[in-house]
Design a protein around this ligand. Structure first.
Ligand code: GLU
Length: 492
C-alpha cells in the first residue's frame, strides 16, 4: 500500500509570520488537500535564546486568518490557547527533548557520532587559524581522534560538559532528488562535523527535525531555499539512523522588486500581520503569494483555495526567485474587495474609521462603501481622502469656480443646484434620481459649469466622487446646508 502523504509546516516561533513562511504553509496545505494527505503544524522551539512570548499564538492566528488551517499538530482552542491535536505528538519540540537525547546517544553507540569537549575558546582559536589560512571553518575531529568512547564516557561521568557531533565521512558524496531543482550533489568533504546535541541537552535543528520527520512520518518537506545547503547533513543523518528520508521541495526566494534581494524586514512590511493591519484581505494575500514561485501555466490569476489545490502541482514550482510586486497585490486586493457585499465590507472597514465610529451608522457607512468600493485597493483606503463624508467642508472660494467662471456665474450655478436638489423630496433622495435631475439640467456642452461648483461645495476637494454620489451619501439636509454655506461664503 502506498504511504499516506504527510506534510508539515515547522516554523520557529520568532514572533511574527513572514509572508514567505505563509507561502510554505500554503503549499503544504494545498498539497495535502490535493493528495488527500495530512498537513500538520509543528513548532520548532528548541533555540531557547530566540523564544518570544505569545509567538506561537500569533503565528497560528495569522495562519487561521489566511485560512491555511492544519488539521493536526498545534492548534488554538476557542479561547485562543494552544492545544495539540493528533497521534504523532507532542508537536512542540521543547516537549520532545528526551527523544532527541536518546537518538543522539544512539548515534554515538553506532559509531556515527561522538562526544566533543572542546571549549568555546578552543573553537574560536581553531576558527581564527582556519580563517587566516583561508580555509572554510570546520571542526577538526580532535575529540574523535583523542578519546576512545570509554574515555569520553569517563569524562562525562566526572561531570565534564560535552556536545555530540556527527562524524561526517571525509570522502564520498551525497545526492538527493529535489522536487523543484532536480538531482543535487554535495561533497562530504565540504561538510563540517555539525553538532547534534548541545551542552545544555537541547538538540540542534538538524537533529530535532530529522528525528521528528521520521517519527511523524513526513513524506515531503516544503521549505525555503536557504535550507538547501543543510540538506546533505539531514540526508546523512537519515542514513546513519537507517531511516528513509522524505522527499524535499526547496522553494525559491521571494525578492524585493527594486533591490532584487531577498525580501526582508528591512524592506518594510513582510509579516502577515502587517498586511492584515493595512487592510489586505486574506483571499488576496493567499492568492498573491501562491503565485510567487508556482506557475499554474494558465491565463487565470484569480484562484480560490479550492481552485488552487486542484491546480497545484510540484512540477510547476519555479527555481528562480519570485519578485514581490506590490502593485499586483494591490490590484488583486481591489478585485477581492469588489467581490464582497457592502454589508460585509462595512464590517471590515469599520476598524479603519475609529474616529467616526460613534456617529457613523451602518446605513451611512454602506452608502460610503457603495461609492468608494470601485477605487479601493485596501480596506484602509476608506479613511483616505474621505473626510467630507463625515465633516462639513470649508471650500476654497477659487476652487469653487469652474474654469474662468466669474463670481456672478458661480453664484448662479450654485443657486441652480440648490433649486434642483431642493425639488427632490427626502423620500426620493436616491442616487439615480439625483444624478438624472442634475444631468438633465446641466448644459451638455459644458456640464462642469453646473457640476464642478456643486461638487466642490459638497466636498471641498479638487478630486472626489461625483456630486450626486456625495449628495446621496451625506443626505438631503446636509447637502442643502453645504450648498447654502458655499453661497454664503461668496458674500463675505
Ligand atoms: N524551523 C525551521 C524554520 O523556521 C524549519 C525548516 C524546515 O522546514 O525544515 O525555517
Amino acid at each position: 500500500m502506498a504511504e499516506k502523504p504527510r506534510v508539515r509546516f515547522a516554523p520557529s516561533p520568532t514572533g511574527y509570520l513572514h509572508i514567505g513562511s505563509l507561502r510554505t504553509a500554503l503549499y503544504n496545505f494545498l498539497y495535502a488537500k490535493k493528495t488527500g494527505g495530512d498537513y500538520f503544524l509543528r513548532v520548532e522551539d528548541t533555540d531557547q535564546k530566540r523564544l518570544v512570548a505569545d509567538a506561537v499564538e500569533k503565528l497560528v492566528e495569522s495562519l487561521e486568518w489566511a485560512g491555511v488551517e492544519n488539521g493536526e499538530g498545534i492548534v488554538l482552542d476557542e479561547k485562543g490557547s494552544i492545544r495539540q491535536k493528533g497521534e504523532f505528538g507532542p508537536y512542540m519540540q521543547s516537549e520532545r527533548l528526551e527523544l532527541y537525547q536518546k537518538y543522539a546517544h544512539e548515534l554515538v553507540k553506532k559509531g556515527k557520532a561522538y562526544y566533543c569537549f572542546c571549549t568555546p575558546e578552543r573553537l574560536d582559536s581553531l576558527r581564527a587559524v582556519q580563517e587566516k589560512a583561508k580555509l572554510a571553518p570546520a571542526y577538526d575531529k580532535l575529540c574523535l581522534k583523542t578519546y576512545s568512547r570509554e574515555e569520553a564516557e569517563q569524562k562525562i561521568k566526572a561531570g565534564e560538559k560535552y556536545v555530540i557531533r556527527f562524524d561526517v565521512p571525509e570522502t564520498g558524496e551525497i545526492s538527493f532528488e529535489d522536487a523543484v531543482r532536480g538531482k543535487i550533489f554535495f561533497s562530504n568533504k565540504n561538510l563540517d562535523d555539525f553538532v547534534l546535541l548541545k551542552s545544555d541537552g537541547f538538540p540542534t535543528y538538524h537533529l530535532a527535525h530529522v528525528v521528528d520527520d521520521h517519527f511523524m512520518e513526513t513524506t515531503l518537506v516544503f521549505r525555503g531555499e536557504e535550507w538547501l545547503p543543510s540538506t546533505p547533513k539531514h540526508i546523512l543523518l537519515f542514513e546513519a539512523f537507517g531511516w528513509k528520508p522524505p522527499q524535499y521541495a526547496h522553494l525559491c526566494v521571494i525578492l524585493n522588486k527594486n533591490t532584487r534581494k531577498k525580501l526582508s524586514k528591512r524592506d518594510g512590511d513582510v509579516s502577515v500581520e502587517d498586511f492584515k493591519k493595512k487592510g489586505y484581505l486574506p483571499e488576496a494575500v493567499v492568492n498573491f503569494i501562491a503565485l510567487l514561485g508556482w506557475n499554474p501555466k494558465t491565463e487565470q490569476e484569480i484562484f480560490s483555495l479550492d481552485e488552487m489545490s486542484a491546480a497545484f502541482d510540484l512540477e510547476k514550482l519555479n527555481k528562480a526567485g519570485a519578485i514581490f510586486d506590490q502593485e499586483k497585490l494591490d490590484w488583486m486586493n481591489g478585485y477581492y474587495i469588489r467581490q464582497k457585499d457592502d454589508g460585509e465590507l462595512a464590517k471590515l472597514c469599520r476598524p479603519y474609521l475609529k474616529k467616526y465610529n460613534n456617529s457613523l451608522s451602518d446605513e451611512h457607512l454602506k452608502k460610503i462603501i457603495q461609492v468608494e468600493k470601485e477605487r479601493m485597493k485596501k480596506l484602509s483606503d476608506i479613511a483616505e481622502g474621505t473626510q467630507f463624508y463625515f465633516d462639513t467642508p470649508k471650500p476654497d472660494a477659487d476652487l469653487l469656480k469652474w474654469k474662468s467662471m466669474g463670481s456672478e456665474d458661480l453664484e448662479k450655478s450654485l443657486n441652480k443646484s440648490r433649486e434642483i436638489l431642493d425639488a427632490i423630496s427626502e423620500e426620493n433622495w436616491e442616487l439615480e434620481d439625483i444624478k438624472n435631475k442634475l444631468m438633465a439640467s446641466a448644459d451638455p456642452k459644458d456640464r462642469g459649469a453646473l457640476l464642478w461648483p456643486l461638487r466642490v461645495a459638497l466636498t471641498g476637494e479638487k478630486k472626489s466622487p461625483s456630486p450626486w454620489e456625495v449628495a446621496w451619501v451625506v443626505g438631503k439636509n446636509e447637502s442643502m446646508e453645504r450648498i447654502e454655506q458655499a453661497i454664503a461664503s461668496l458674500k463675505n
